[in-house]
Design a protein. Structure first.
Length: 321
């Protein structure tokens, strides 16, 4: 089979197509013929050895796949060969075949294609987890609102009765954010973006901020975080950290919380999955996909890092000209 592996950390030139043997599932695993492999910012950071863990090289990137079950281990009882499924894995997704533990496998709802289905894994569950504390009537500021997680956050926040402000980096993406129901769409590359947010909130600021950009954007969020507000940090797409003043938080009774989906309890993951599938069944979510063939993994990473994509970014097997 073909797989995309990194043999050393660094730029996208280190994403290399290798011919490998098809993996063999263990007794508690299934072998999935991959139709779509999800790409997340975590993949780009792991490629540069800037993520939360360092893998042993060579390593196949990819933490989520959608496809059909081709084989199952001896202990697997509740999954059938040929079933359309989603799965979260600890690497191995950028390939034509991937192995997943049966406990991480979820059936794909009828009528949902493989590509959009991948948005229900890392990004969909992250969106649900980030919004646990959101209440009707709150004002929420969502950065990178045209991205895979951002588009879901905008829609779910609106469904929960919040006033939504979404930011993006260009006019096309701002129009996309507005079309998803955001009350205000603001370009965070403009120098006065914080002034614009204060204006639309009557100088109060946002009760909740969903932050994943980092750097100067992260620092500037404190200008628009309301008294008693909470900022949830789930990434740093810019690759830059930012400092937090404890005394400033004290003075305005503000909270900053980190969010890591990998640390959620099994009970919460089960609950979040149920909430997500309910929204899908109700056709309440619009899911947009940007697709690259497996052989163009490097171009996919470059597009994601260059803010040139909207929605969920996926890889698919096979060469496309």
């Amino acid at each position: 089979m073909k797989a995309v592996r990194i043999h050393e950390f660094g730029g996208t030139e280190n994403l290399r197509i290798d011919e490998m043997d098809k993996p063999v599932p263990g007794p508690d695993d299934v072998l999935i013929k991959v139709a779509a492999s999800g790409i997340n910012f975590a993949d780009t950071m792991l490629r540069q050895n800037k993520y939360l863990f360092t893998p042993t090289l060579p390593f196949i990137l990819g933490f989520e796949v959608a496809g059909t079950i081709e084989a199952a281990g001896a202990n697997v009882r509740n999954l059938q060969i040929g079933s359309r499924v989603l799965a979260t894995i600890r690497g191995g997704g950028y390939a034509e075949y991937a192995v997943a533990n049966a406990q991480t496998v979820v059936p794909i709802p009828d009528g949902l294609d493989f590509g959009p289905a991948t948005a229900l894994l890392v990004q969909g569950l992250t969106a649900i987890g980030l919004l646990v504390d959101l209440r009707p009537g709150m004002t929420i500021l969502i950065h990178a609102a045209a991205g895979g997680v951002g588009m879901l956050l905008v829609q779910i926040a609106k469904l929960r009765g919040a006033k939504v402000i979404g930011t993006a980096s260009n006019e096309e993406k701002l129009q996309k954010v507005a079309s998803l129901g955001a009350d205000h769409a603001i370009n965070y590359t403009e120098a006065d973006w914080t002034d614009q947010i204060l204006e639309v909130t009557g100088n109060k600021g946002a009760d909740m901020i969903i932050e994943m950009v980092g750097g100067e954007i992260g620092r500037s969020n404190f200008k628009v975080l309301a008294i008693g507000g909470t900022m949830h940090v789930y990434g740093a797409a810019s690759g830059e950290d930012f400092q937090i003043s404890a005394l400033s938080l004290l003075g305005r009774a503000q909270t900053v919380k980190g969010y890591n989906l990998n640390l959620e309890t099994p009970a919460n993951m089960y609950k979040f999955t149920g909430e997500l599938m309910k929204l899908v069944a109700e056709k309440s979510l619009k899911i947009e996909v940007t697709e690259f063939p497996l052989e163009q993994a490097a171009q996919a990473h470059e597009a994601l890092e260059g803010r040139k994509t909207t929605g969920k970014v996926i890889l698919t097997p096979g060469i496309k000209q």
